[in-house]
Design a protein around this ligand. Structure first.
Ligand SMILES: Cc1ncc(COP(=O)(O)O)c(C=O)c1O
Length: 510
């Protein structure tokens, strides 16, 4: 659980924690009978003294908001009308049936909830958030897509509104095969499985290949949605450090022998969140190691076509001698996330298994949207859209890098990425993303704190900034506000500090 703490505030930390939890309980975000994190764990993850947490919990108990169970922890109390006040959601004061209460004893919530909560906290009308994981929605080709949907309904009628083929609309699979062939992957339509977003692809692969307790190797840091997914499956994560050339593959062999992972999940191209690109030499080394240790690779190329310099190196799947790599793509970042269309490219027996898993999961992806997308791509609009997006986002990337140079104090550090959507900023003076967030929100700017991208959730002196979503003037203004927030934190000595020299690749052991 991430709780924003303002170390500059005259309000003591225990009171900030108590108030935050009190708000979450009263609003229904923490429902009755939810178990609060153990005091030791919460103290550790917030970097505060355990007594601070105990005092906060005692305050909540005195307000009738929590109750203790001997030997088992602290739980949210059912809300009486006296404590809910006029903002209580419908049903919040109900005593849920036992089976629902049992569900609530899980305290784990996806880290991405935290991002939603922080976005909601940025409630100034002129707020600028760099937290999103998508491109600029004003580029969405709404008119072209409306025409494509209308044409498809006219052309295909009922077929467009029926269940689709399990593997995906055949002409779209042929089109995707052509797109990935341009990236150097030898794929035929029968190797393509259309998924409902690449998040579903990730979920299908993880559920097929991993069992509770298994270990997956991931980059450190990695995509927060993957951490959430693996956690939801009780999969343990071991992190491979990342440097300017992507995953440090020379550290991999030791992890393979120690942890015997069942999957390597990687984003070699414009990695989320660091923006790094794995060198070709490391790509070859990675495939070689995965082959020797018999571990499948899931390659997530979520933004491979968003490049602002030379085209990205060949994907791992293009270097695969056969059946080692499952490749995953999406139309969310290059086009529109609302399509909910992604795809897997897999060869060998794994394909049929993934297809079966897809069938169990959601029968098929939307037939109408697949057909409309296929029509949109076929008339050449997709390539034109990509060219425009790359031109625009490349300029915005430069604008953000320039603004960071201008407004961030000495000690801030980042590498300008050659593609993708993000700049991974190391904060100066050991300031952590989590400590900066409330001060930045006060200035009217948001970001994704680095903590979200590390499975341990420990304090990290990093933030992820999306440079693609906003026009240059807003980027400039947002970074100016960010700089001001950083300076304020540093000059008042506020903000939790990360002591020592912490690398952005640090990740707690599994
Ligand atoms: C690296 C990465 N992979 C996968 C996804 C899932 O995206 P979608 O399900 O929209 O394709 C995201 C979304 O943010 C992402 O950043």
């Amino acid at each position: 659980m991430l709780i924003p703490l303002d170390h500059r505030s005259p309000l003591p930390l225990y009171r900030q924690i108590q108030d935050f939890l009190s708000g979450e309980i009263r609003s229904g975000a923490l429902p009755a009978h939810t178990r609060l994190p153990a005091t030791r764990n919460l103290a550790q993850s917030l970097g505060v003294n355990r007594l601070t947490i105990t005092t906060a919990y005692e305050g909540l108990a005195a307000d009738g908001l929590v109750y203790g169970r001997q030997g088992s922890g602290t739980y949210v109390a059912p809300l009486s009308e006296a404590v809910t006040g006029p903002t209580a959601p419908v049903g919040a004061s109900q005593d849920w049936p036992l089976w629902q209460q049992e569900l609530l004893s899980h305290t784990w919530l996806p880290a991405q909830y935290e991002l939603d909560r922080m976005s909601a906290a940025l409630d100034r009308p002129d707020a600028i958030s760099f937290a999103a994981g998508m491109g600029d929605s004003s580029l969405f080709p709404i008119d072209d897509f409306r025409r494509a949907v209308t044409d498809i309904l006219r052309r295909d009628g009922r077929a467009a509104l029926s269940y689709g083929e399990r593997a995906g609309f055949a002409p779209l699979r042929a089109t995707i095969a052509r797109i990935v062939t341009e990236r150097g992957i030898r794929a035929l339509p029968q190797h393509i499985l259309v998924t409902s977003g690449s998040q579903q692809g990730l979920s299908l692969v993880a559920r097929l290949l991993l069992r509770p307790g298994d270990v997956a190797l991931v980059e450190s840091p990695t995509y927060a949605g993957a951490i959430d997914l693996f956690r939801s499956l009780d999969v343990r994560l071991a992190g491979v450090p990342v440097d300017a050339q992507g995953m440090q593959v020379d550290r991999l062999e030791a992890l393979l022998t120690t942890h015997h992972p069942r999957l390597i999940y990687t984003m070699p191209t414009y990695q989320n969140p660091t923006g790094t690109c794995l060198s070709t030499a490391r790509r070859r080394q990675l495939i070689d190691l995965a082959g020797r240790y018999n571990v499948p690779i899931l390659e997530d190329e979520f933004a491979g076509d968003l490049h602002y310099e030379d085209a990205a190196p060949l994907p791992l799947a293009a270097l695969d001698p056969g059946g080692r790599v499952i490749y995953m793509g999406t139309f969310s970042k290059m086009l529109m996330p609302g399509l909910r269309l992604g795809f897997l490219v897999a060869v060998g027996p794994v394909y049929e298994r993934l297809l079966a898993a897809k069938r169990v999961d959601d029968l098929s992806s939307s037939s109408l949207i697949q057909r409309a997308l296929e029509a949109y791509i076929t008339v050449g609009r997709y390539q034109a859209h990509l060219r425009r997006a790359c031109q625009l986002y490349g300029h915005r990337r430069d604008t953000m890098a320039e603004a960071l140079r201008r407004y961030l104090p000495a000690g801030a550090d980042w590498t300008t990425p050659a593609g993708g959507l993000f700049i991974w900023l190391r904060l100066p003076g050991g300031l952590t993303g989590q400590a900066l967030a409330p001060v930045a929100a006060g200035e009217g700017v948001g970001f994704a704190p680095g903590e979200l991208f590390f499975p341990g959730g420990r304090s990290q002196p990093y933030v992820r900034l999306n440079f693609a979503e906003h026009p240059p003037e807003r980027i400039e203004e947002g970074v100016r506000r960010l700089g001001r927030a950083v300076v304020r934190c540093l000059s008042t000595g506020s903000g939790e500090r990360q002591s020592g020299d912490v690398l952005h690749n640090e990740m707690p052991a599994i």
